[in-house]
Design a protein around this ligand. Structure first.
Ligand SMILES: NC(=O)c1ccc[n+]([C@@H]2O[C@H](COP(=O)([O-])OP(=O)(O)OC[C@H]3O[C@@H](n4cnc5c(N)ncnc54)[C@H](O)[C@@H]3O)[C@@H](O)[C@H]2O)c1
Ligand SMILES: [Zn+2]
Length: 354
């Protein structure tokens, strides 16, 4: 079991280990002994697998437990689902000392966190991430929110969880393609800031990770430490936290242009591949590093290229009206394990990608 402390506007612990969900009730009791009621928010794919265990554990610890289960998928990430959570809590007379528990992937965590940040002007919430992406990224750092028809994550709040319980045993049921998507974010940490993680990924394989819980726990723990470090130094996304966008500026455009038919992780991998090529062409990254980086992405069954043109990539990044004419923060990796934020005008960015 690995415990990582996150120091932010609210301090909390991320516990990464095996067979933890059965201990949820006890773990919550330790940090919030005065809470009475818990709303477990989950979704239609995860709830049948894990809700009963989490619920039983919380009841055993003496909490009054309610559940709110929405339909799995990004399409549920909207205000109607949030309103359902608000009503469920209001109807059961939740007070400011009661809690929300998010049991699911990033969609569930982002929404449960947003409901917690707004209900009674803010109640505590606990993350139990069940997807790899949610364990290494979404459940830590307090970005919560929902999508609008106009765009993803357009409404939200910074609201840190009070505890994150990462039971890597839950990854056993995660479909391969969803696991691989999460690996794109893991590889991202390795490239931007973590040479030991880079080595671990090179020395192992997707099969090894999926069949060796101790190795998986170690890998997830390393990512958690990376994310915690970033949050500690830039909770509100004004500097360092932007480095987590490596591969995402181009990746988001590819994702949007595919009408969201391509998974996020696949687009991020493509985005990283394009940035690697651009850095190599501009002689800021050695050919050896470039080759090794692309080999690693491919080794985890992710793509490294796309037929998006530099013009399309730049137009997409500039599409947001607010950004038009202004400066872009482009995240570069010029050496494995080190990242840099480079301000570029749209013309410079275009030159860079060409
Ligand atoms: N808050 C942040 O900092 C942050 C960071 C990155 C991404 N996000 C958000 O996270 C979301 C993506 O997260 P995600 O990839 O976890 O999506 P998700 O929550 O939709 O989960 C992916 C799929 O895996 C299924 N699933 C989850 N856990 C499972 C398990 N243990 N067993 C079987 N199936 C399981 C889900 O039902 C879903 O079909 C996006 O909405 C994105 O905006 C937030
Ligand atoms: Zn991402």
């Amino acid at each position: 079991m690995i415990k990582t402390k996150v120091k932010a506007s609210r301090n909390y612990t991320v516990i990464t280990g095996r067979r933890l969900i059965g201990r949820t009730g006890k773990l919550i009791e330790e940090i919030r002994p005065f809470a009475k009621k818990i709303l477990i928010v989950s979704e239609s794919r995860v709830a049948p697998l894990y809700l009963a265990r989490v619920k039983a554990s919380c009841m055993k610890a003496g909490f009054e437990v309610y559940a709110y289960v929405f339909e799995a998928g990004e399409r549920s990430k909207n205000i109607d689902t949030i309103a359902g959570m608000w009503s469920a809590m209001a109807q059961e007379g939740f007070t400011r000392t009661d809690l929300i528990v998010a049991l699911g992937g990033g969609v569930c965590g982002d929404m449960a966190g947003f409901a917690a940040s707004t209900f009674l002007r803010g109640i505590d919430f606990i993350q139990i991430p069940t997807s790899l992406l949610a364990m290494v990224d979404a459940s830590i750092g307090g970005k919560t929110g929902i999508d609008l028809p106009e765009g993803k994550n357009q409404v939200g709040a910074f609201w840190q969880p009070s505890l994150v319980i990462e039971d890597i045993s839950c990854l056993d049921t995660l479909p391969d393609e969803v696991f691989i998507e999460g690996m794109a974010e893991v590889i991202k940490y390795a490239f931007i800031m973590d040479i030991p993680l880079y080595k671990l990924l090179r020395e192992n394989s997707i099969t090894a990770l999926r069949s060796d819980p101790a190795l998986l726990e170690k890998m997830v723990g390393m990512c958690v430490k990376d994310k915690a470090y970033v949050i500690q130094n830039d909770e509100h996304d004004n500097g360092l936290r932007q480095t987590l966008n490596y591969g995402h500026t181009v990746g988001h455009v590819i994702e949007k242009n595919s009408n969201f038919s391509l998974p996020h992780g696949v687009c991020v991998a493509k985005g990283m591949g394009i940035m690697i090529n651009a850095c190599e062409k501009n002689s800021t990254l050695s050919s050896e590093d470039a080759m090794n980086m692309k080999d690693l992405i491919r080794a985890y069954n992710l793509p490294v290229d796309d037929d998006i043109t530099p013009e399309q990539a730049v137009a997409g990044a500039m599409n947001d009206k607010k950004k038009r004419g202004s400066i872009l923060s482009v995240i570069l990796v010029n050496k494995i394990g080190h990242s840099q934020i480079k301000k570029m005008t749209h013309k410079e960015y275009l030159e860079f990608l060409r």
